[in-house]
Write a protein that binds this ligand. Structure first.
Ligand code: PNS
Length: 157
């Protein structure tokens, strides 16, 4: 059974994340979307909100589940018996950080492989930070995030 973890802050989830999750769900038996409890940056949305927003945005794919984690990603992956970490790559600018993270995780857990999905070109510029900025200044984010998130952003920001 191929179990993959797709970890992130998801603050909030964007259409780019949804695209990666849908594509990963076609390749792996199970995809666990794992929301980190305490990201490096202070999140705009609480952990519960970030998990709920993902659940509201995802089709009821039978092989996708949403969960949260704390601590080292590789420890969480081992606990879930997952040996694949999925990450999305947008532009070259993502590469350094992702490369460093993948190698660090491999050093700690050589049996866990990181697999990168190239973003769809439609989402290559998209980030949760810019979505929050646009929403903050009253811009239209309806094409950038799932419908359920649009509403949440309006209420929150
Ligand atoms: O969406 P993000 O913020 O880029 O996700 C980053 C995340 C959550 C995948 C990364 O920060 C992480 O795995 N944190 C857990 C702590 C950890 O395992 N650190 C060591 C490897 S970098």
């Amino acid at each position: 059974m191929k179990v993959a973890i797709y970890p992130g802050s998801f603050d909030p989830v964007t259409n780019g994340h949804i695209d990666i999750i849908s594509r990963a769900a076609t390749l792996f038996d199970k995809v666990i979307v794992a929301v980190i409890r305490n990201p490096d940056k202070t999140p705009k949305f609480s952990l519960d909100d970030r998990v709920d927003m993902l659940k509201a945005s995802l089709k009821k794919d039978r092989n996708v589940v949403v969960d949260s984690f704390d601590g080292l990603l590789v420890d969480y992956a081992k606990k879930k018996k997952a040996n694949i970490i999925v990450r999305g790559l947008r532009a070259v600018s993502d590469f350094d950080y992702e490369f460093q993270m993948a190698l660090t995780n491999r050093k700690m857990a050589p049996n866990i492989e990181t697999i990168f999905f190239m973003t769809d070109y439609k989402y290559s510029y998209l980030s949760s930070s810019f979505v929050k900025q646009i929403a903050h200044f009253g811009g239209d984010v309806s094409e950038l995030v799932p419908p359920a998130i649009c509403q949440k952003l309006k209420i929150k920001i």
